[in-house]
Design a protein around this ligand. Structure first.
Ligand SMILES: *[C@@H]1O[C@H](CO)[C@@H](O)[C@H](O)[C@H]1NC(C)=O
Ligand SMILES: *[C@@H]1O[C@H](CO)[C@@H](O)[C@H](O)[C@H]1NC(C)=O
Ligand SMILES: *[C@@H]1O[C@H](CO)[C@@H](O)[C@H](O)[C@H]1NC(C)=O
Ligand SMILES: *[C@@H]1O[C@H](CO)[C@@H](O)[C@H](O)[C@H]1NC(C)=O
Length: 568
């Protein structure tokens, strides 16, 4: 293989150098040659999914209401069966054959610390990691995190807390506070991080927060105290280096009665044995709402959305079934959220990973990274699954495409492999042309060696200007060697509204079928009207993942012939 590679590389250089002027002819000859070989090889690879299943991706109701389309359901939750509402949790001692509970946020943490109970992976548990700087990674002991959940929850509650704003970058403390709220009857309010001072104050006011968990340096404490007197307590998450400073001081001259403590003091000043076990399963109130702020385009005010625990678990249930068993997240996966956890889609995927016994790594600076190559620039962690913004993916697609243009063979090979992806429906996984492409032309991201699945999402009204085409998604599949799932997300729907099938490489711009926690219909909107041939109109979503059970999303869409959803 090695000497053959060298030969091809030399050939590439020779061809590129020699025939620069007659690029069209070189391209043609090389294309025909390689095309012949690829044809020989790829005809032997079966498609990843039967084409029949991609030709009809959702099920239409037989009748439709006036001014509406049929109601579309995914194949996983067809008409006549309930949409997926929860996690199907089987408590110890419960009847093995009965349907399990829907469960709530607390069951996700219970599953994460229990790990795999049976089968080949028995005993395996997900690990929780924090990426510190570019080189080092810290692993958190799960029992220590359980203790933090208890101690932080009890502290917030004992100080009279009720509505807890979390203003933190992607971090283990964010997730711990979220679970602390679920276990201790507190409302969690997850604020988008790195916002202007007045935006932070406005979000605190609108959500009526009485407590804040945040980090020094990012939270405008002085200003908040002056303009938001309802704040009663604040918990600083301080880093190792500055934990000996006195953080308990309240800004002078304000006469404020805010109780201030640090996360580290709450944990370290408690007796060693305190907080070791979670509150019992029985006789506990349902967790309260989780409030998030959906950031909108053009500096419009964020939309405040209150998700019930039921909204969130149904969204997780839908993610669990959206991926075929062979590709589902499991104990050997490491999930990295490279988009903000204040987005419900990223949060739901992270919770799905925890519930699936996968490991999760938090990199507080990843969400602001401009491209995938920056997110995966360090080999300190090698995630298998990531969630990233369309903008970060598009930037990478552009970087790589322009560097591929420099090589005739690289460009042609890329073109051929992406044709083969579209036409054979088989993810290129072997054969010497694929290997050659991977070794000679695929960019090697130091942290991307194990990447197998990339989640990304369009946010309706979210100001994302980058929309990915089917061809760009295929480029990204070849560039990363990972499958890509493209979702449509909206403020009032936990997780995703719809998302592409993980095996759908056919190209075209669409967002796949609805996920199993919602059904979708289209309602006449201005000139965009339904008729017997065409389903088109405003997207209306119903189901257990939707706030208030039903929401119109305000944007026009159509259902394509393959029963996938496309924005117009
Ligand atoms: C995680 O572990 C639980 C308990 O054994 C098991 O029911 C579940 O199937 C596991 N999930 C995955 C994705 O392996
Ligand atoms: C501060 O905490 C103490 C208990 O530690 C509580 O009695 C007091 O009411 C709290 N102050 C405020 C403003 O909530
Ligand atoms: C939970 O909090 C609410 C107030 O928000 C209170 O009315 C209720 O009694 C609390 N439940 C328990 C079991 O503490
Ligand atoms: C964390 O994210 C930053 C910014 O995206 C990146 O530069 C860094 O390499 C990442 N660190 C690791 C270990 O992945």
């Amino acid at each position: 293989m090695g000497s053959f590679d060298n030969l091809l590389l030399q050939l590439d250089e020779a061809v590129t150098g020699l025939f620069k002027q007659w690029n069209i002819w070189t391209s043609l000859i090389v294309t025909l040659f390689i095309g012949f070989i690829t044809y020989q090889i790829s005809t032997r690879q079966d498609p990843d999914i039967h084409p029949f299943l991609l030709a009809r991706q959702s099920q239409a109701s037989p009748v439709r209401q006036p001014k509406e389309s049929s109601v579309y359901r995914p194949q996983a939750a067809p008409h006549g069966l309930p949409l997926h509402t929860g996690l199907n949790v089987k408590d110890p001692g419960a009847n093995k054959w009965a349907r399990g509970r829907d469960g709530d946020l607390r069951d996700i943490w219970r599953q994460a610390i229990a790990g795999v109970q049976e089968g080949d992976d028995k005993g395996a548990k997900g690990r929780i990691l924090t990426v510190e700087g570019t080189e080092s990674v810290k692993e958190h002991d799960l029992d220590a995190l359980t203790r933090q959940i208890n101690l932080i929850g009890q502290h917030l509650l004992n100080q009279g807390g009720n509505r807890v704003a979390i203003y933190l970058p992607n971090s283990v403390e964010l997730i711990v506070t979220l679970f602390a709220c679920a276990f201790y009857n507190l409302t969690a309010i997850v604020l988008p991080f790195n916002q202007a001072d007045d935006a932070v104050i406005s979000m605190l006011r609108r959500s009526a927060a009485d407590s804040v968990v945040t980090a020094p340096g990012s939270f405008p404490f002085d200003t908040v105290i002056k303009s938001y007197p309802s704040l009663r307590q604040l918990v600083w998450v301080v880093d190792e280096g500055s934990k000996h400073m006195d953080w308990n001081e309240v800004p002078q001259g304000t006469g404020s009665k805010v109780n201030v403590s640090t996360w580290q003091d709450i944990i370290n000043d408690s007796p060693i044995d305190a907080g070791k076990s979670l509150p019992p399963l029985e006789n506990q109130p349902e967790p309260k709402d989780v409030t998030i702020f959906w950031q909108q385009a053009n500096n419009q005010q964020e939309e405040m959305v209150k998700f019930t625990s039921g909204n969130i678990v149904s969204a997780i249930a839908a993610q669990l079934t959206a991926i075929p068993t062979a590709r589902r997240l499991g104990p050997s996966d490491l999930f990295l959220p490279a988009d903000s956890l204040a987005n419900s889609h990223t949060l739901v995927l992270t919770l799905t990973a925890l519930f699936s016994n996968s490991s999760v790594a938090f990199n507080s600076s990843a969400p602001s990274a401009p491209s995938l190559s920056v997110i995966l620039s360090s080999s300190a962690v090698s995630p298998t699954v990531i969630a990233a913004t369309p903008a970060a993916l598009l930037a990478t697609q552009k970087e790589v495409s322009s560097s591929l243009k420099k090589s005739t063979i690289g460009k042609d090979l890329h073109w051929l492999l992406s044709r083969s992806l579209v036409e054979t429906g088989a993810f290129p996984s072997g054969g010497f042309l694929t290997n050659y492409y991977n070794q000679a032309f695929r960019p090697s991201f130091p942290g991307g060696k194990k990447l197998r699945l990339v989640y990304t999402a369009e946010r309706i009204g979210g100001g994302g200007t980058e929309r990915l085409t089917g061809e760009q998604l295929n480029d990204l599949r070849l560039i990363t060697g990972a499958r890509v799932v493209y979702a449509l997300t909206a403020a009032k729907v936990a997780g995703a509204v719809a998302q592409t099938n993980v095996y759908d490489y056919r190209g075209g711009e669409h967002f796949g079928p609805p996920v199993a926690s919602v059904e979708v219909l289209l309602r006449d909107l201005g000139d965009v009207r339904n008729n017997d041939e065409k389903s088109q109109g405003e997207i209306v979503v119903r189901g257990p993942a939707v706030v208030g059970k039903e929401a119109g999303l305000g944007v026009p869409a159509c259902i394509r012939d393959d029963h996938t959803i496309a924005l117009i």
